[in-house]
Design a protein around this ligand. Structure first.
Ligand code: G3H
Length: 541
């Protein structure tokens, strides 16, 4: 059997889908959440096609799993008006609510979404082809993130529940919301990464317009009722439709105070420029990355291979933190490529429900052709695909390709492939790797593989000023979620971690007065009467 025929065997007929993972019919979303209500939608819809193709008498057919509304500028503007009204210039119920009050709403919401876990996990698998294990992990990690956010906010609030006295001035310093937040998440972590911006933005008292990613929209549908029931009207509004049609008007309105987007720097740049008063716009962005691994002559090769496989191929390489280029010391290149090829050959490939599966079909329809173009371009410039079957594609599935030797003339040297292609570059002098990072337009993370302390130290110092996280003897990653997640150059704006996100979506505000008897009495009266949510010494336990 040739390899393409072998690949065909991973796809199954409808009746062969294991019962536990079958969708009960198609899911046709015909409503959207705006201004506290689920509004019926009778207009155009987007057809959601799963990356999981189904085997039939005429070959492989993409499986339609449902549809969702393709709303227009009109609905987007109505949602914006609802968010603006709910914020009410900072005087709305939500932005003025006590921190404890907001926390209790988010807790209620979390309990409600936990009831939807199975539905969301199944949709994650079908919409973006994520394995069952990773889909469960994504859901659980999101819930843990919400709990950690609540704990972090309690800590922040406890620190702010006291007064500071300096030079005869007494002040209470807290954090206040920023206004209306436009929140857009990516397809690769459509739940988790969206919620790592949406939840902190929400809990800090902002009101939201939330646009789910193009691939990964339906999985948010089961959560809409919880959003509607757990927050005051207009606090969370969903918008659907073609981004290039509905987003520009929102930005041009000048009523968006914060843009938070996990996506491409190109889109982020274009959107920011549309805001009429750029100085009023905050941006919290997680953008492109081309994280490099640098494997020196003094590395533990076995470990470097293990981590390179994880780093470059987890979720088929579709992570912003993925290792997207590997620099290997020329003296180790042959052995590294041999071991890497063996490790890749050992990965299980198949449908998302297969136990232990590592490689699954890709959700972006144009991705197989793009990856092929990258590989062809590298081959045309003198590289080879060094692993058996590397780059073989069938329908939505692409078998990983290890491409060597990659050089400056190839797309794979600079472009973020965001898929299962591993470009490997040989080097002789570590200076070449530092130069690569200096010249790169990205600056998220790097992985160094070496056991020599002098060598590692000599790389750490220049590299911490090029990227935002230097990983030693391990792959790049975002987690643990309490660590800062950011990047330099075109890779990010602002910092996300459980604690940093609370800061990113708020601004410090203080109430201050001269410490004299009449002011002391005034402040004490406000505190004793509990008449202000801001000026208060209440302690959250
Ligand atoms: O796509 C980027 C994600 O934030 C990656 O998260 O490194 O924990 O997989 P991760």
């Amino acid at each position: 059997m040739n390899f393409e025929d072998q690949l065909r065997t991973i796809f199954v007929a409808e009746h062969e889908i294991p019962e536990a993972f079958r969708l009960e019919g198609e899911l046709h979303q015909r409503e959207y959440l705006s201004n506290g209500a689920l509004h019926p939608w009778a207009g155009d819809v987007h057809t959601v096609v799963s990356p999981v193709c189904i085997k039939g008498p005429d070959g492989l057919k993409p499986k339609v799993i449902g549809t969702y509304p393709l709303c227009d500028e009109k609905e987007a503007m109505e949602a914006l008006d609802a968010a603006v009204a709910a914020y009410d210039n900072g005087r709305g119920e939500w932005p003025t609510m006590s921190v404890a009050g907001r926390i209790s709403h988010v807790e209620k919401f979390t309990n409600r979404i936990l009831e939807k876990k199975n539905e969301v996990v199944k949709l994650l698998m079908w919409e973006i082809g994520k394995s069952y294990a990773d889909s469960v992990k994504e859901f659980d990690r999101t819930v843990e993130y919400i709990y950690a956010t609540i704990d972090a906010l309690k800590d922040l609030d406890r620190q702010s529940s006291r007064f500071s006295i300096e030079q005869g001035i007494v002040a209470q310093i807290r954090r206040s919301p920023l206004g209306v937040v436009l929140c857009m998440g990516p397809f690769n972590y459509p739940l988790n990464e969206t919620f790592t911006t949406l939840i902190p933005a929400l809990i800090m008292g902002n009101t939201l317009l939330f646009k789910p990613p193009k691939h990964g929209t339906l999985l948010h549908y089961p959560l809409l009722e919880a959003f509607r029931d757990c927050f005051p009207k207009g606090v969370v509004n969903t918008i659907y439709g073609r981004g290039n049609k509905i987003i520009p008007g929102l930005m041009k309105s000048g009523k968006i105070n914060v843009l938070t987007l996990i996506g491409s720097s190109k889109v982020a740049n274009e959107l920011k420029k549309l805001h009429p008063k750029i100085n009023r716009l905050r941006a919290i962005l997680g953008l492109d990355a081309k994280n490099a691994a640098i494997i020196t002559a003094k590395a533990d090769l076995k470990l470097a291979v293990q981590e390179s496989v994880l780093g470059s191929l987890s979720f088929n390489g579709q992570r912003c933190t993925a290792l997207k280029i590997i620099f290997i010391h020329a003296s180790l290149a042959d052995e590294f490529l041999k071991q890497l090829s063996e490790a890749v050959a050992g990965l299980k490939y198949g449908m998302p429900w297969v136990d232990g599966v590592a490689l699954t079909p890709l959700p972006e329809p144009q991705k197989p052709a793009y990856l092929k173009a990258c590989i062809d371009d590298a081959v045309a410039h003198g590289a080879k695909v060094v692993n058996e079957h590397g780059g073989t594609a069938l329908a939505s599935f692409v078998y990983p390709a290890i491409v060597y030797p990659v050089n400056k003339d190839m797309k794979l040297y600079t472009e973020e492939q965001f898929g299962p292609v591993i470009p490997v570059v040989p080097f002789h002098d570590l200076e070449e790797t530092i130069e690569y990072l200096i010249e790169s337009t990205h600056g998220q993370q790097v992985s160094i593989f070496s056991n020599d302390e002098e060598e590692v130290a000599a790389l750490i110092d220049p590299l911490v000023n090029q990227v935002s996280r230097v990983n030693i003897n391990c792959q790049c990653q975002r987690g643990p979620d309490v660590f800062p997640f950011t990047g330099r150059k075109d890779s990010a704006e602002g910092t996300l971690s459980v604690v940093d996100a609370l800061r990113s979506f708020s601004i410090r505000s203080l109430v201050a007065t001269k410490l004299n008897d009449s002011n002391k009495q005034l402040i004490n009266e406000i505190i004793d009467s509990n008449s202000s949510n801001f000026l208060s010494t209440k302690f959250i336990f």
